[in-house]
Design a protein around this ligand. Structure first.
Ligand code: EPS
Length: 392
């Protein structure tokens, strides 16, 4: 499966085309809109989220709520476009009132993008580098998620840290708290830490600053055998890390024990393999985070990612004027103080897409019943092998 996205932050819309879905997958706009709304929530978001009410429209590939095997085209309209029609017009010429973004924000793509594409107005970098683009990636990932949900896969996330505040609840313990996490203003499984996180964000906002944090994903119900050890670009750990690292603001990704693994001895880190009466081969611990050799091993997948603080600062850092070369303060724009809760929802979608792609590679099929038959055959085989029973 593959997809492309297009769209500027203040252009008319965000668009994606997904290719490679099986026919017969049931999709309703409300299934995707639910996650789009979740992405818009979270304490610390700025004024833009009051303007937008993200909703997906299907332009191709769907008939009466079921995929037909052809490319699925998705669109999310930008409500803010109404305020940008003349400044972002695809045709015509720049209006005289246009003010260029000319003081690159340290930490943003402004300077590097302006150099690379030889742009006078650094707004043209902002328009595409903006995390606004994550709205369409959530829609795309939610299609992958729907496919996986048909096979019992479930995806959970929460905010494990904001600035210096860390949650005391982590890993699979968040599963039973999913309802509470959705109610939490900061998408955190630990209510006490959540309150402190909100206070940290308020403090940063009052000081003209921004905050990053840690997000955590847990995925259950994955069959063992997605991804492969046989070639670097088929290793699922690398693919998931790339997908999540590509989310705006993410600077680190770890799977299972991650960076802590480096300090442990092999005997302390690796998860023993034991034979249990009745259930067969099992794993009493999951420090590997559900992946060994780039292959899912049937254990819950655990991923953590670090998001840096947003680079648009109300009290800006030193920068330069792109037109005069003189020292100047970085540009200030309407922005968020903290978007970590939203990044958790985006990471769910990014992981869902990679996992759904790996699922399609493993089970193939052009229509849903064909995918189901291949998956059922394989799962019967896996259960027999885990119980060390003879073949059919
Ligand atoms: C975002 C839309 C943007 C920002 C944010 C994410 O809207 P605007 O730039 O019009 O205020 O709120 O993007 C960034 C913080 C960034 O650095 O790119 C969204 O829809 O999530």
């Amino acid at each position: 499966m593959r997809y492309l996205t297009g769209g500027e932050s203040h252009g008319p819309c965000l668009t994606a085309i997904i290719e490679g879905l099986p026919a017969g997958l049931e999709i309703q706009a409300s299934d995707l809109d639910r996650h789009l709304a979740r992405r818009q929530h979270g304490f610390g978001r700025g004024g833009r989220m009051k303007i937008e009410k993200d909703r997906v429209e299907f332009l191709s590939g769907l008939r009466f709520g079921r995929t037909i095997g052809s490319p699925l085209t998705l669109q999310i309209k930008n409500r803010d476009w109404d305020n940008w029609r003349s400044l972002m017009a695809p045709e015509g010429s720049e209006p005289p009132e246009a003010v260029h973004l000319s003081r690159p924000r340290p930490g943003h793509a402004d300077l590097a993008g302006g150099l690379k594409y030889n742009l006078e107005d650094l707004r043209l970098v902002l328009e595409r580098s903006s995390a606004r683009e994550t709205a369409i990636r959530v829609a795309v990932g939610s299609v992958g998620r729907l496919l996986l949900e048909n096979f019992g896969v479930r995806i959970y996330s929460h905010v494990a840290g904001i600035g210096p505040v860390e949650a005391a609840v982590n890993g699979t313990a968040i599963i039973g708290l999913a309802g509470m996490i959705e109610e939490s203003p900061i998408h955190c499984a630990d209510p006490d830490a959540g309150k402190k996180m909100v206070l940290e964000i308020e403090k940063a906002r009052d000081e003209g600053d921004t905050l990053g944090g840690i997000i955590e994903l847990v995925v259950t119900g994955l069959p063992p055998g997605l991804g492969s050890h046989v070639h670097w670009d088929r290793r699922l750990d690398g693919r998931l890390a790339a997908a999540i690292m590509s989310i705006q603001g993410i600077k680190g990704v770890e799977i299972g024990a991650g960076f802590k693994s480096a300090a442990l001895r092999g005997s302390e880190l690796h998860d023993p393999i034991v034979m249990e009466e009745g259930s067969g081969i099992s794993r009493p611990s999951n420090r590997a985070g559900g992946l060994e050799g780039g292959i899912t091993n049937g254990q819950p997948l655990i991923i953590r990612a670090a998001m840096k603080p947003i680079p648009t600062l109300a009290s800006p850092l030193p920068s330069i004027d792109w037109k005069t070369g003189e020292q100047a303060a970085g540009a200030t724009e309407r922005s968020d103080v903290c978007a970590v809760p939203s990044a958790a929802v985006v990471a769910e979608a990014a992981a869902a897409w990679e996992l759904a792609s790996a699922f399609r590679e493993k089970f193939g099929g052009d229509f849903m019943e064909e995918v189901e038959a291949a998956c059922n055959f394989y799962m019967r085989h896996v259960k027999r092998r885990l119980r060390q029973e003879p073949g059919e």
